[in-house]
Design a protein around this ligand. Structure first.
Ligand code: BGC
Length: 497
């Protein structure tokens, strides 16, 4: 049984930030509006079979037009902060050169709306929607893209620096490399396997250049980046399973975190000459490892790894979610992800094992002693929600109890793990952002993987709060009540003469 809102609120430290997160390409739609340029993702998503049921991102949740309504829903929810990304092709249509004033103006309005409603903005500069022109020139396989990102960050700093409380330079480079360049499941759809490694370095360099641009502009907000992290667990004690697990840990976690937090690629990557003939100037690592004000961690699940090809590259549940084309078996693969015995799964087939978000924090604390303060920049779960329609009023309700349990248990785990005496007590955890505010275009999962606290009817675009929205609202209200009664207690008693 998960904690009640009152019990959970009692665990939340005073300055802890509770927020919700989205990304531009997943919610905005309006792909041809107001001078937006094309994104590589526009083209990838139009390839037959690339997205489940060939769903199109063209309208998505229509946030571009419905932004004030979405901010009002956040205000009613009572969150402290909103993490969103700016669309590079909307602001700089070709990824270099002139900016599009109408695109810039959209985020001006968003920032003003958030601040007017007391919601603190966390802005992600790059969340995967590379301008098409850059993808056509090689995307992240081309070092030049990193410099273009640095320039884009300078544009964002000049336009929004006065209002952004927290910046995320880039989001989950591991997913871009693995899904976009190694396996062909995301834009730009390259299946380069280990030859995708330059895309790792160029994204990290892009992070470094963006960070440098933000510092040079003197933005007052805090600056960080967001990496996904999944604790890797061997399926058995078999040495081959253990070896495969170590490989996954390096390829998915350490390859992206070590350079940023220690200034070096993992030793085995260097020793095994994994980068092949690819080389880069040593100074790149100085840029990549510049001090951060915070480290962003996206956490969803642990990963259980076994040697050999298995039945396919993805666990059964995920294959069902993605469809046969996307989940087809990879004969000869050296390792595979396998299901977690006894665990409930999300609609993606991801195992739900809440204690592992604590393990993730503990592993990171152990690996990176000088770690800056941490935000969990994403956490949440997709479930095929049931929509219940009241016979009399026709109003709909979405009783997404499983999402409530996921969020309550994960939040409890991170708060206990980072409290004094917890397994990750060394971590200065500053906040948790729920992925996601609203159902959206879930990349190759299309609209079949709802993560939202708000249900979106993709025909009418109407938003309806799910039970999880009301749960979070109650938690935030409870925390508020506790804070005000603490203040009353802390006030000096009036002296009676
Ligand atoms: C990404 C989001 C995505 C979420 C759920 C993260 O990998 O940053 O864009 O929607 O996970 O798959």
């Amino acid at each position: 049984m998960h904690l009640t809102a009152k019990e959970l609120a009692a665990l939340i430290p005073p300055e802890f930030i509770l927020g919700v997160a989205t990304s531009a390409f997943q919610i905005e739609g309006a792909v041809d509006e107001d001078g937006r340029g094309r994104a590589g993702w526009d083209v990838f998503a139009a390839r037959p079979g690339a997205i489940v049921d060939d769903h199109s991102p063209a309208v998505s949740a229509d946030h571009y037009r419905r932004m004030p309504e979405d901010v009002a829903l956040m205000k009613q929810l009572g969150v402290d902060s909103y993490r969103f990304s700016i669309s590079w092709p909307r602001i700089q249509p070709n990824g270099s050169g002139p900016v599009n004033p109408a695109g810039l103006a959209f985020y001006d309005r968003l920032l003003d709306e958030l601040l007017a409603n007391g919601i603190s903005p966390m802005m992600t500069i790059y969340h995967w929607d590379t301008p098409l022109a850059l993808d056509e020139a090689g995307g992240w396989m081309n070092r030049d893209t990193a410099y273009r990102l640095g320039e884009f960050a300078a544009i964002a700093a000049a336009a929004y620096g006065d209002r952004v409380a927290r910046w995320v330079t880039i989001n989950e480079p591991a997913t871009v490399t693995t899904n976009g360049y190694a396996l062909g499941l995301h834009s730009p759809g390259e299946s380069l396997l280990l030859k995708a490694l330059p895309s790792v370095h160029h994204q990290l360099l892009g992070h470094g250049l963006a960070l440098q641009a933000l510092r040079a502009a003197g933005v007052p907000g805090e600056i960080g980046m967001a990496n996904v992290y999944s604790p890797m667990v061997p399926a058995s004690g078999n040495p081959m399973d253990k070896l495969s697990t170590g490989f996954m840990d390096i390829a998915q976690n350490r390859l992206f975190a070590d350079p940023v937090l220690t200034g070096e690629y993992p030793e085995v990557i260097r020793a095994a000459k994994f980068f092949g003939s690819f080389s880069h100037p040593d100074e790149d690592l100085d840029l990549i490892s510049q001090p951060l004000d915070f480290y962003g961690l996206n956490y969803y699940m642990p990963t259980r790894v076994a040697a050999g090809a298995g039945d396919g590259p993805v666990p059964e549940g995920m294959e069902a979610a993605l469809g046969e084309d996307l989940g087809e078996s990879a004969p000869g693969a050296m390792l595979h992800i396998t299901s977690w015995p006894g665990a409930q799964i999300t609609a993606y087939g991801w195992p739900i094992v809440p204690e592992y978000v604590g393990v993730a924090l503990a592993e990171i604390a152990e690996r990176y002693p000088g770690l800056p303060p941490v935000y969990i920049t994403e956490g949440g779960a997709s479930f095929a929600d049931t929509v219940v329609r009241a016979a009399d009023s026709g109003r709909i309700m979405i009783p997404d109890e499983r999402r409530i349990i996921y969020l309550a248990e994960h939040l409890q785990t991170v708060l206990e793990a980072t409290a004094p005496g917890g397994i990750a007590e060394k971590i200065d955890l500053r906040g948790y952002y729920v992925w996601s505010l609203l159902d959206n275009f879930e990349w190759s999962g299309g609209y079949k993987q709802p993560f939202g606290l708000l249900h979106v009817d993709f025909e009418t675009l109407e938003r309806t709060p799910k039970a999880s929205y009301f749960w979070l609202q109650e938690l935030l209200a409870e925390r508020q009540r506790m804070a005000s009664s603490d203040n009353r207690v802390a006030m000096p008693a009036p002296s009676v003469e």
